[in-house]
Write a protein that binds this ligand. Structure first.
Ligand code: FES
Length: 119
């Protein structure tokens, strides 16, 4: 089977470089932003409003603990976004998506257009 068609041994990896908080880091094309960051032994992607560190929790796009800013777009789930050459990533984003707390009851609540918290 040719290497390109072999899912187990797909052949040579294509490198990709992104900038995380001003520092250039490398990964493999197809990796998520979270994957590249975690490969640098960095687990914290942001802090909650209660100043508790948050990073990859579910890894499947459900918990929103991994939110970062990518190329100026906030609230990007790092575990779901494949890295693209030259992406500029900012970690440490506070108040993602208007979430107001860490308990399960706050998940899914967002800000209305007026900035108020919806219940
Ligand atoms: S780790 Fe849960 S959404 Fe990314």
């Amino acid at each position: 089977m040719p290497p390109a068609g072999d899912a187990v041994h797909p052949g040579a990896a294509t490198p990709v470089a992104i900038v995380v908080d001003g520092e250039r880091v490398s990964g493999i094309l197809g990796q998520t932003i979270a994957g590249i960051i975690m490969a640098q032994d960095v687990l914290r992607l942001r802090d909650s409003r209660e100043a508790r560190p948050r990073g990859v929790f579910c890894g499947i796009g459900v918990c929103f603990d991994c939110l970062v800013t990518v190329n100026g777009v906030s609230d990007v789930r790092a575990c779901q976004r494949a890295a693209v050459e030259g992406d500029e990533v900012l970690t440490g984003v506070d108040a993602p998506m208007g979430f107001v707390g860490e308990d399960a009851t706050s998940v899914g609540r967002g800000r209305s257009e007026q900035g108020d918290v919806e219940s």
